[in-house]
Design a protein. Sequence first.
Length: 308
Amino acid sequence: MKSKEKSLTQEVSHKLITQDNAITSARYEMSALEKNIVYLLMGQLKQSDQSDTLYFISVRELMDLTHTKNSYEDLKRATESLVGRVLSIPRPNGNLLQASLISSAEYIYGQGIIEISLDPKIRPYFFDLKKNFTTFQLHMALSLNSKYAKRIYEMLSQFKDLGYLKLNLLEIKKRLHLYDEKKGEEQYQNWNDFVRRILNVAKKEINEKTDLRVDYKGIKKGRKYVEVEFSIKLKEGKQIPLTIDDTTTVLFSRLVNDFRLRRDQAAVIVERYSVPEINKALYDISLKVADGTVGNVGAYTAKVFNVS
């Protein structure tokens, strides 16, 4: 890295990230690594994004923020799984949407950057949300280690203002992908196993690392537990947010999305020039675009940086 400055993604790390309640309550499976990739993607979303906007994840930043070490093979498996993960979302009109969250992932050779495309069918569930949405802290969601803690944190965040959530036990397992509806197979059929492996782990992590303090109790029907009742309280004060600051990734994103360069051209520029040099050139180009001096911004930017 040639120099450090505040990045665009650093700004969103201090804000809530938002998703439609349909995503919160959707039934799907994701590993903790997959969820972290999705969270960093969500942290970059802006209302001004075009339908073809690409998003870039820094591998180094991902590991720094989550205090994990992931090999190239780990990441490749995670993104491959994400492309194939199907979210089942009931539509208000009675239809059932089945779609992948991301439509593609591409590794930028030599840069440690993953390019992500958001599936067009999923985009509306993250943009222009005026009601029925869930908000939660990006840095807190990233701090959770268990994939089940991450999902339960999202579900509880939807009801944090109400302070209460009661869910059918089977529905919780469906959301956490612990129940196979096709085969009728259920994991952790023993209540104590479910408590020990899922609920207690999630409760401990959420209480220690997030803005929520939660507790729960099981509700029986006869001799069988059928529901879980959660109590949710907001903690006073704020945790110190994690800093998201990978300047190379942000510049790479700007060069591709805003200045319409090819990925290979952007890669050459971030390797060849310093951050101040790139930012100054992009500022000058933006002025020329604004006053109509430049027509084809991609061609002009490539000429300025002498990349073909």
